[in-house]
Design a protein around this ligand. Structure first.
Ligand code: CMC
Length: 426
């Protein structure tokens, strides 16, 4: 490596590749010209691959740093609210108070979904997983906003982004109401973003939902802490789908699908399911032993992270909110006792310390959501609601970059070499 160049020896060839530096984080070897030398790189799971250039979010996993547009997540979770964070993710600057009010007003006035959307829900089984319904209905939004949409126009891209941020809570609450057989509750413009969501989830025609400030604050914080997370699986999925010029609502539906899995956004649901399986504090050692057993595929859900190898800064803030909500609501739920005891035991166990496995944000957000009465199968939908702004910010950024290309990775082929085809008798 010399003069910001990497020299790669491949067979007899010596290939010189430029090294690029960002504002922070690892330098990257620019391999864009490598293909012409007859080689590709191989990195399943993108363990060491930067897939794009971005100015939205920075993570230093070793130091537990998460910055949105340069602002630390701890400060944002403490002093900003979710809509402010949405504004800065989309606009690359913090809003002044006029801009904040105008943005809040725009989002508030776009929360209604087209009445035809109600009909989509009728097509689902009552017991369909809410993520299945969310995936379908977010994708279906593309049928309402497609023909007149010009994704090369930044103004129109932002309009799509506002619609998505505004309508996701409505769609998520509809998924819940449909599951439990209650009528859909329309959005209310006199409530904050988090309050409106809680109201659409828990109000019924016969009785209004009573807002508890500690609960709406915790929900706003859950949204803030999940707003964006750099090039994670679902965001990369949205970018890849969007790189072909696809409709933004369809791209966000792809993000919802990618988020669903238990190794990503499904972790808080999987965590609660695991707590139910553990059932009581005395069974925790048995599950800790299983988590350590190489022959057992069981993992402690809500523990560990691909990027954060010392602590998850979001978990630190979420833990605070978790304890606040539990004491405010004065809840005595045996499952929550199991969670708190599991946290204690795992944090003091040398196996978890050595492998740098600690509770991640989803461990605590799952406990909060459970405490406020949100059923486990809705957890990932709430993550999707919050992450929508991150997805659409990345989509918007990608399409604004000059020379944007369709994402098209290569492969290491391990199938049969060319062979003759023998016709069969039909
Ligand atoms: N319980 C027990 N052992 C674990 C766990 C766990 N939760 N996570 C990792 N390990 C062990 C794993 O067995 C491996 O051991 P060894 O070195 O002996 O083979 C070692 O730790 C490294 O694991 P890995 O799978 O190579 O690590 P990764 O970086 O590929 O995986 C992860 C990260 C999040 C997928 C994983 O920790 C996991 O499956 N955690 C549980 C699911 C979870 O909570 N996911 C939510 C992440 S936060 C939300 C988000 O940002 O999407």
């Amino acid at each position: 490596m010399a003069d910001n160049k990497a020299i790669l020896k491949a067979g007899d060839a010596e290939i010189e590749l430029p090294i690029l530096s960002g504002v922070a984080g690892n330098d990257v070897i620019d391999i864009r010209t490598l293909g012409s030398s007859g080689y590709f790189t191989y990195d399943p799971g993108f363990m060491a691959t930067g897939s794009c250039e971005s100015s939205i979010t920075f993570i230093d996993g070793a130091k537990g740093v998460l910055l949105h547009r340069g602002y630390s997540i701890e400060e944002l979770a403490r002093d900003a609210d979710y809509l402010e964070v949405c504004y800065m993710l989309l606009h690359d600057k913090t809003p002044n108070s006029e801009e904040y009010k105008a943005f809040k007003d725009t989002i508030t006035r776009h929360t209604l979904v087209h009445d035809q959307v109600n009909n989509f829900f009728r097509g689902f089984r009552r017991d369909a997983h809410p993520m299945a319904m969310l995936c379908g209905t977010v994708g279906a939004m593309s049928s309402f906003y497609h023909d007149d949409l010009d994704i090369t126009d930044p103004e129109q891209r932002l309009r799509s982004a506002y619609r998505l941020v505004a309508k996701m809570p409505t769609l998520v609450a509809m998924c819940y109401k449909y599951n439990i057989g209650q009528p859909f509750v329309y959005p209310r413009n006199d409530l904050t973003y988090a309050e409106n969501f809680l109201n659409m989830m828990f109000s019924v025609p016969a009785e209004d939902y009573k807002i508890t400030p500690a609960v709406s604050k915790a929900v706003d914080r859950i949204f803030t802490l999940h707003a964006d997370h750099e090039q994670n699986a679902s965001t990369s999925t949205v970018r890849l789908a969007g790189s072909s010029g696809a409709n933004p609502y369809a791209c966000i539906a792809a993000g919802v699908a990618s988020l669903w899995g238990p190794a990503h956004g499904g972790a808080n649901e999987a965590c609660l399911t695991m707590l139910q399986e553990i059932g009581s504090v005395d069974r925790i050692p048995e599950f800790i032993a299983r988590a350590k057993d190489k022959a057992d595929p069981f993992r402690l859900m809500g523990f560990g992270h691909r990027v954060y190898k010392n602590f998850d800064p979001r978990a630190t803030v979420m833990r605070e909110s978790c304890h606040e909500v539990l004491s405010e609501l004065n809840i005595d739920d045996p499952l929550l006792n199991v969670a708190m005891e599991l946290e204690k035991i795992a944090l003091s166990d040398p196996y978890f310390a050595e492998k740098k496995l600690f509770p991640n944000v989803d461990f605590y957000s799952g406990i909060i959501l459970k405490a406020i009465g949100i059923p486990t199968n809705m957890f990932t939908c709430i993550f999707a609601l919050a992450r929508t702004v991150g997805w659409v910010s990345h989509w918007h950024e990608m399409l604004s970059q000059p020379g944007q290309k369709i994402g098209r990775p290569r492969q290491l082929y391990t199938g049969e070499a060319k062979r003759p085809y023998n016709k069969i008798d039909k």
